[in-house]
Design a protein. Structure first.
Length: 226
């Protein structure tokens, strides 16, 4: 349990990465968006936290060197786009075989089903962009888009839009909080849970909606004719 909490804690990742924190954040963004096994990595919370610790005051309070905001703003979106492109390529190359594996602690077929549901509900373009802001779904959306034969050029265009918007928005939000809120490093862990909660609300709402739709309507009572 402690190991799982560490993996979800962006401060743990930054502390472990130390002097290589900037490079590590970029690598994690690529892995989370490009590798199926990367869905458990922190995405939203890590980007916000990286933005916070790119300010000198927050980094000093945590005992690390400030992360390079310019490098993050340039290379983290590139990593996000490149990771998604890899996912799309793998989906197009291997098709359904990519997902033909039994459920395990890491892989759940329901994650694929959710991504495919959003793809069909919103359409390819909106789904690729919206998935960026939904944990787990953003990892599986890219290969699903490949499996469902989304045009490569169209995918690339919307991948860039979604990747840049997602990364830049969260990094700049973190930087703003780090520069304006004194002692922000003390509130990061509660903030992580808030970010995660907000990002999974669309998924939970969709699951509940689907469950209600799956419940059969009560049948009226039929009286036998006298």
């Amino acid at each position: 349990m402690d190991v799982l909490l560490d993996l979800l804690d962006p401060k743990w990742w930054l502390g472990m990465l130390g002097a290589f924190a900037t490079i590590g954040v970029i690598a994690i963004v690529f892995a989370e968006t490009g590798l199926l096994v990367g869905f458990f990595l922190p995405g939203d919370s890590l980007l916000v936290t990286a933005g916070i610790f790119s300010t000198a005051a927050a980094a000093q309070g945590f005992g690390i060197a400030p992360l390079s905001l310019p490098a993050l703003l340039v290379f983290a979106p590139v990593a996000a786009v490149a990771g998604a492109q890899l996912g799309h390529f793998l989906g197009a190359r291997f098709g359904r075989r990519l997902f033909d594996k039994p459920d395990s602690r890491l892989f759940k077929k329901e994650h694929v089903d959710k991504a495919e549901h959003y793809f069909e509900k919103f359409g390819p373009a909106k789904a690729v962009v919206a998935a960026r802001f939904m944990p787990i779904v953003r990892t599986f959306m890219n290969p699903v888009a490949g499996v469902l034969e989304m045009d490569a050029r169209k995918f690339f265009a919307w991948n860039v839009v979604g990747g840049v918007a997602w990364v830049e928005a969260l990094l700049l939000l973190g930087y703003f909080l780090g520069s304006k809120v004194e002692g922000i490093d003390k509130y990061i862990l509660p903030g992580v849970f808030v970010v995660v909660l907000l990002s999974v609300i669309p998924i939970v709402r969709e699951v509940l909606k689907n469950r209600r739709a799956a419940v059969p309507a009560p049948k009226g009572r039929h009286h036998a004719p006298r």
